[in-house]
Design a binder for this molecule. Structure first.
Ligand code: ZN
Length: 256
């Protein structure tokens, strides 16, 4: 039997990618400036609005998945930030307290979506901030909308993404449910069951680092004397944990 080259290529890529299957970066979706319509899909665990914690501001690193806040493991950045905070409080040192605040883990929210007009690209994962999260939960709990993710009786959401022209300000996401409920998909769009089955397990999307790796990232950040410079990089675009470019931090800042 001939070797399956396609499978070997996937294995090699997965290995280079730190053991993660490839193709995951392309599942992340980022809104474009202006209006778009999305449909949030239900997930197997019954919770399509998932919350995760990341550390931003650790040098030029993209958001670092926090093993402590997410999974109850160890996190050198959390430990360091807590220590810094205590020192700041004890010594009434605002600079220390601010540095600690910068390093605390921040929340980011994730949902599987079908982007209207791009249904053929399949299910994507949309990352958003606290304001959008609370707005979405509000719809679900509002009897006028109910379960907006229901494939038969759910509701599409209009998402308006505004990118400000002025440096230092952050993009803004506004949501508006459609006036009428609609089906997730009809036969003209896709096989609905296939779509539902293809919803990725969000827990597996992140590049989880070992405690040692996180310690190394923290050490290298602390040993660089450019921490003042890094702290001003809040206005730069941050990358998603798995490498796809996103304004995760910028969006987070705009919504908190
Ligand atoms: Zn942490």
């Amino acid at each position: 039997m001939a070797i399956n080259l396609e499978a070997m290529r996937a294995k090699l890529n997965a290995s280079k990618n730190g053991g993660k299957p490839t193709g995951k970066t392309s599942t992340m979706w980022k809104p474009k400036a202006g209006d778009q319509h999305v449909r949030i899909l239900p997930t197997a665990d019954g919770d399509p609005f998932r919350e995760f914690h990341f550390h931003y501001n650790v040098g030029k690193n993209p958001g670092i998945y926090c093993n402590k806040r997410n999974d109850g493991g160890e996190c050198p950045i959390c430990d360091f930030a807590s220590k810094l905070w205590r020192d700041g409080v004890e010594n009434d040192d605002t600079t220390l307290k601010n540095e600690a605040k910068k390093l605390f883990a921040r929340k980011r929210y994730y949902s599987p979506v079908l982007v209207r007009g791009a249904e053929s690209e399949g299910v994507k994962i949309w990352a958003y901030g606290k304001t959008a999260y609370e707005t979405l939960l509000g719809y679900v709990l509002d009897p006028d909308y109910g379960d907006i993710t229901d494939p038969e009786t759910g509701t599409d959401i209009k998402l308006t993404y505004s990118i400000p022209g002025t440096p230092g300000s952050f993009p803004k996401t506004t949501l508006q449910p459609r006036r009428r409920p609609s089906v997730l998909c009809d036969d003209a769009i896709a096989d609905c069951q296939e779509l539902l089955d293809s919803v990725p397990d969000i827990d597996n999307l992140f590049d989880v680092k070992t405690t040692e790796q996180v310690q190394e990232m923290l050490d290298s950040y602390l040993s660089s004397d450019s921490s003042a410079e890094s702290s001003s990089s809040e206005t730069t675009q941050y990358k998603q944990p798995n490498g796809s470019v996103d304004e995760a931090f910028a969006a987070f800042m705009s919504e908190n």
